[in-house]
Design a protein around this ligand. Structure first.
Ligand code: ATP
Length: 358
């Protein structure tokens, strides 16, 4: 089942948490709502689930399979919801927790005891907790509890799955395992899913497409590759991965940032327009200070080689400090030393002005 929202706004008193948001999740897609705390992700998810209503607007719609559900009660939307804090019933076994939604159905829709048992066992298999039906939530790890919460959401055979920071309360290692597990599970069951996260790594690794949100608005919707490599806004560029940021101006058709110049703006931006240049740390080339190389002179101020890459902090003769990432292989060839002079050049730099991006 596809999900589509159109012209959704939400106010809490005088504060507007969502500003005219529209998006579509295709059938079977796994989509991430990514943004910092307070960007409106949960508010949007709750409106889709039917737990909250949007502001009245003649064109506001919450469509599921092209049918407007905006006035349909949450219980009738066929939506499975998983929250950050497992929200399992502590006094019920894992089995009873998973069966809960089925037991709550009106009598004529309720599966028989045998059907219920089969369904719960099937779900316990799916979440790889086959022999744990008799345990209580207290007797499970955080990751296991969250898998039970997912099974409970799936037990009612929802048409869409909404997950609000499902791994938010878990430690980094468990999160990573659960991410991989959820990706595999989604491939297997292909249920249209929308999950909220503020963790860019999680979104990039898990989602088919990502919706980047900021202050109640959508900044960009795209595949992980698109939002990462072709960020449409400064916010997206900064939010996804680390960046070096330089402030500069347009001068005679070039954007000038201290020692760096980006040509190609002649006639496109008025002279003197403020501009910002962004470059990822691994998009900076460092060469020895030798005649055959080109680049801006900079001094190495710090080298940190513990980790998957070697990080260096460089100080150009004029201009702001730069963080550079090089491979360990390159580090072994270059053999950089703190205090040494090197030549630096930029690749894939992106320039943003108020109304222009290159
Ligand atoms: P987080 O990652 O911290 O959960 P979020 O992106 O999910 O953030 P929301 O929970 O949707 O953001 O909140 C968006 C804004 O709306 C926040 O500034 C929040 O304080 C405000 N807000 C949310 N719910 C309410 C409420 N019931 N009453 C008043 N303000 C609210």
């Amino acid at each position: 089942m596809s999900i589509e929202v159109q012209h959704i706004s939400k106010c809490f008193g005088a504060f507007q948490a969502l500003h005219d948001v529209s998006l579509r999740v295709e059938e079977g897609e796994l989509m991430a709502l990514l943004g910092p705390s307070g960007s409106g992700k949960t508010s949007l998810l709750r409106i889709i689930a039917g737990l909250d209503s949007p502001e009245a607007h003649p064109d506001a719609k919450v469509m599921m399979n092209n049918e407007n559900m905006i006035h349909t009660r949450a219980g009738n939307r066929k939506v499975g919801f998983v929250f950050q804090h497992y929200a399992l019933f502590r006094h019920m076994t894992v089995f009873d927790n998973i069966a809960f939604g089925m037991r709550m159905r009106p009598k004529k829709e309720r599966p028989s005891k045998k059907e219920m048992k089969d369904r719960v066992e099937q779900l316990l298999n799916l979440i790889q907790l086959e022999n744990m039906g008799n345990r209580y939530p207290m007797q499970l790890s955080g990751g296991q509890r969250q898998r039970v919460a997912l099974a409970r959401a799936l037990a009612i055979e929802p048409k869409v799955l909404l997950l609000d920071e499902p791994f938010g309360a878990l430690d980094a290692r468990v999160r990573e395992d659960l991410r991989k597990w959820l990706r595999r599970l989604h491939k297997e069951i292909q249920i249209t899913s929308l999950f909220v996260t503020h963790d860019q790594e999680e979104a990039l690794e898990l989602a088919d497409r990502i919706v980047v949100m900021n202050e109640g608005r959508i900044e960009q919707i795209g595949t992980p590759d698109e939002v990462f490599h072709q960020p449409r806004t400064e916010f997206v560029m900064q939010f996804l991965g680390s960046v070096n940021l330089f402030h500069g101006r347009i001068e005679r058709g070039e954007a000038v940032f201290g020692p760096w110049k980006v040509p190609g703006l002649l006639g496109k931006c008025p002279e003197g327009t403020a501009a910002r240049l962004f470059v990822r740390p691994y998009d900076i080339t460092v060469q020895p200070d030798q005649q055959e190389y080109e680049g801006t002179i900079a001094f190495i101020r710090r080298i940190q080689s513990a980790g998957p890459h070697v990080k260096m902090e460089l100080e150009p003769e004029s201009g702001e400090r730069v963080i550079v990432e090089i491979s360990h292989e390159r580090h072994a060839t270059l053999k950089p030393r703190v205090g040494e002079k090197v030549l630096v050049s930029l690749r894939n730099a992106r320039v943003f002005t108020e109304d222009y991006t290159i």
